[in-house]
Write a protein that binds this ligand. Structure first.
Ligand code: HEM
Length: 214
């Protein structure tokens, strides 16, 4: 193991895409979508319907962060990049951060922050109900992402609970599919579904191999 100045710890001389990314660098990278959105709002770059663009962009970034967090373990084990383990919690918190921004954008731009209307609207529109269910499940994962929660739940229960991140991904895809199906525009949904299927497939194959070996 060696330490590269300013870029964090590099295990066994391996680098991530040629550069070992330290936590602070990844933190800044994950904030870039937000920085772009702030810039786009300030300089009127969101097109004819900025409110709708904001709700959609925050939804897109929640889903992208979710794919990223799901990809960390397969990347770590497949390419022997142990340093990725240190990023998992931070990326997970970013998934939740963008999910909260998405919910707040909807509550603000679609519902004028009238929470009674939000509560009435959620069960009325099935695709929003599915998105909200994913959000509640993500909230549980975010609330239990701290060391104290791991101790309180016990490692085994904690791991079982946090495996439900795949259920969150499935609900997020259903939410996206439902919304886009109404517009007959499913290309992007298919791309995300393929990414999640590959990542889930990787886990399933690994679990099967482990069981066969046992
Ligand atoms: C894990 C949670 C969630 C994820 C990953 C997610 C993801 C997405 C995605 C990818 C889109 C489509 C963006 C596009 O068309 O480019 C979207 C749209 C949308 N989502 Fe979510 N969402 C989540 C939760 C929620 C919640 C909790 C609500 C509200 C209660 C919500 C309300 C909406 C609305 C209103 C739209 C836009 C519909 C339109 O413009 O026609 N989402 N979401």
């Amino acid at each position: 193991m060696s330490v590269a100045p300013g870029v964090g710890v590099v295990h066994s001389g391996r680098w991530l895409g040629g550069v070992a990314l330290g936590k602070p660098a990844v933190f800044v990278l994950l904030l870039l979508p937000l920085a772009w959105l702030v810039y786009a709002v300030a300089f009127n770059q969101l097109g004819a319907n900025p409110a709708q663009a904001l709700v959609r962009a925050t939804g897109d970034w929640t889903l992208r962060m979710l794919c990223l967090v799901l990809a960390l373990t397969p990347l770590r084990l497949q390419f022997d990049l142990p340093q990725l383990a240190r990023l998992r919690r931070m990326v997970g918190v970013f998934v939740y951060f963008y999910a909260v921004l998405h919910l707040l954008s909807y509550a603000w731009f679609d519902m004028g922050f009238v929470w009674v209307d939000v509560v009435k609207d959620i069960p009325k529109r099935p695709f929003i109900l599915v998105g909200f269910t994913a959000w509640v499940a993500l909230s549980l994962l975010a609330l239990t992402s701290f060391d104290r929660a791991v101790k309180w739940l016990g490692g085994k229960n904690w791991r079982r609970l946090h495996r439900s991140v795949y259920a969150v991904a499935a609900l997020a895809l259903l939410h996206f599919f439902w919304m886009r199906a109404a517009k007959n525009d499913l290309y992007e949904v298919a791309v995300y579904a393929l990414v999640v299927a590959v990542l889930l497939g990787w886990r399933a194959v690994r679990a099967l191999r482990a069981r066969t070996r046992a």
